[in-house]
Design a protein around this ligand. Structure first.
Ligand code: HEC
Length: 187
């Protein structure tokens, strides 16, 4: 009994070894699937056509008028830097804390310093590569007078020749960066 079992184990091992030899060999035939498991399942692929849904698209859009959890951006000042009348808020909708400034400095160094300079004076590395439009100097009187809302919007939507950073910088981090720039401007 014990002998038979050992032989069976050995035989299985040999069969597996022989099967394994086929790995990496080129073949036009579909692979032999001993256990297809969930490899071939009825499913819709992204962007594919459907003859089930009336509009022929497999991908569904959110029901009109609904908002996904956590996506309700009702606070205009916080999410858009604007007040109820659509004007830019003069100052940020929160008090700036030291934690914010520290976080803002870190984010500024990553996302803004290449153009606006580590010292925020508009002398970023980008000028070395002959960037044609000078990035703003944050110590400039005009920039100092910009409202927090306008700055927030510049990061979110971009400003003239500056690209938008909304994909890279979260809403919280945008305010943190502004708190850092403001702390620099005070000096
Ligand atoms: C790719 C280079 C580049 C990067 C990175 C960049 N900026 Fe700018 N930024 C510019 C340029 C160029 C201007 C001037 C645009 C113009 O006047 O056409 C500018 C202008 C501005 C202004 C002035 C807007 C105004 O009303 O005049 C603000 C504020 C500003 N940037 C903030 C930021 C912040 C904050 C970051 C980091 C999140 C950032 N920028 C990252 C290139 C950049």
């Amino acid at each position: 009994m014990n002998k038979l079992f050992t032989r069976m184990v050995l035989l299985t091992g040999v069969v597996f070894l022989i099967l394994a030899c086929g790995r990496g060999n080129y073949s036009e035939k579909p692979p032999i699937h001993l256990n297809p498991n969930m490899d071939s399942q009825g499913k819709y692929k992204a962007q594919s056509e459907s003859n089930f849904f009336v509009n022929g698209a497999t991908m569904r859009t959110p029901v009109e008028g609904t908002v996904a959890r956590g996506e309700l951006r009702a606070d205009d000042a916080f999410y858009h830097g604007k007040d109820a009348t659509g004007e830019f808020v003069t100052s940020a909708p929160m008090a700036f804390t030291t934690e914010m400034v520290t976080r803002g400095e870190e984010r500024y160094d990553i996302y803004c310093s290449a153009c606006h300079g580590k010292d925020a004076d508009g002398n970023g590395k980008i000028l070395f590569y002959k960037y044609p439009i000078p990035p703003a100097n944050f110590y400039d009187e005009r920039i100092k007078k910009l409202s927090d809302g306008h700055m927030f919007n510049a990061i979110t939507a971009g400003w003239l020749n500056m690209p938008s950073f909304k994909a890279q910088v979260s809403v919280e981090d945008r305010w943190a960066i502004i708190s850092y720039i403001r702390s620099l401007q005070k000096n």
